[in-house]
Design a protein around this ligand. Structure first.
Ligand code: SAM
Length: 275
């Protein structure tokens, strides 16, 4: 049996750092990720970053269908070999960030995202699903451990930030497993973790106003929320204080001290200021 390295070099493939290419091979780990995602024979899966196809193959064994995006067309001959016989897999050789998500959703119906994400686009990819997806039931992604901790953070901790609050609008995140750097080829400088974000049970709020409230609160981390509100909505100091009092938020609060429920109350009060 050929090793991954042998298959790749046979096809003249070389790793490209700019695409965040760190591949997995451990079949037990890959099967566990597929289980973490709750994939079964009724699930349509969207994968971002096919790589050499190891996760794609594990998904293909459990899912109804897998649509997998890969930006690097030089992987085409590798994937023709590693995914041979996977009849329910379609690999699309395009930049996922440039795809028309609504059109893709119309084609997929309800789907789950499962991916070992390239680190350089982790946040934009996750934000894209949080903000634009309508038929996604959840995302299960392998990311740098530090990023995974941010996704799952509680308010009043250094890890809590705009992405944590954005996740709370859609549902909730939990780390399902830690993955040491030794599991990847080539080996990265940091460890990773798998995070499952279920898109159910998020806080009740108008999405646009909630996102504005989060953006405003984290626009300058050094400033208090009061100062950020004044700058963002041209409010007087008294006007900003009044708004915060009405939302039940204490004086001197900063973005990282606000719970998702605080953001939801604040969003209802700033909605009239949005054009
Ligand atoms: N899924 C494979 C695995 O687990 O071994 C590969 C994971 S590797 C971390 C990320 C993959 O995403 C790379 O193959 C890279 O070329 C691809 N990629 C990077 N940016 C992308 C983009 N914008 N759209 C689609 N694929 C991308």
């Amino acid at each position: 049996m050929e090793t991954l390295g042998e298959t790749l070099s046979k096809h003249g493939f070389f790793f490209k750092k700019k695409f965040g290419q760190n591949f997995l091979t451990d079949k037990n780990l890959l099967d566990a990720v597929v289980r973490d995602a709750g994939v079964d024979e009724n699930t349509a899966v969207l994968e971002i970053g096919t790589g050499a196809g190891a996760l794609t193959r594990a998904l293909s064994e459990r899912a109804k269908r897998v649509v997998s995006y890969e930006i690097d067309a030089s992987l085409r001959p590798v994937l023709a070999e590693t995914l041979s016989g996977c009849a329910n897999v379609e690999v699309v050789f395009r930049d996922f960030m440039k795809e028309d998500l609504p059109a893709l959703e119309r084609e997929l119906g309800e789907y789950a995202v499962v991916a070992n994400l390239p680190y350089y686009v982790t946040t934009p990819v996750v934000l894209r699903f949080l903000e634009e997806a309508e038929r996604c039931r959840g995302i299960t992604v392998m990311v740098q451990e530090e990023v995974a901790l941010r996704f799952c953070a509680r308010e009043n901790t250094p890890e809590y930030g705009a992405i944590t609050a954005a996740i709370a609008l859609k549902g909730s995140a939990q780390i399902t497993r830690r993955v040491p750097r030794t599991a990847f080829t080539p080996r990265p400088n940091v460890d990773s973790a798998v995070v499952h974000v279920a898109f159910t049970g998020g806080v009740e709020a108008d999405p646009r106003a909630y996102r504005e409230a989060v953006k405003c609160a984290f626009s300058s981390r050094r400033k208090t929320l009061e100062n950020n509100l004044m700058a963002r909505f041209s409010l007087s100091r008294e006007g900003a204080k009044e708004l915060l009092r009405a939302a039940g938020i204490v004086d001197g609060a900063r973005g990282e001290t606000l719970s998702p429920a605080d953001f939801a109350r604040l969003s209802a009060l700033i909605a009239p200021y949005l054009k």
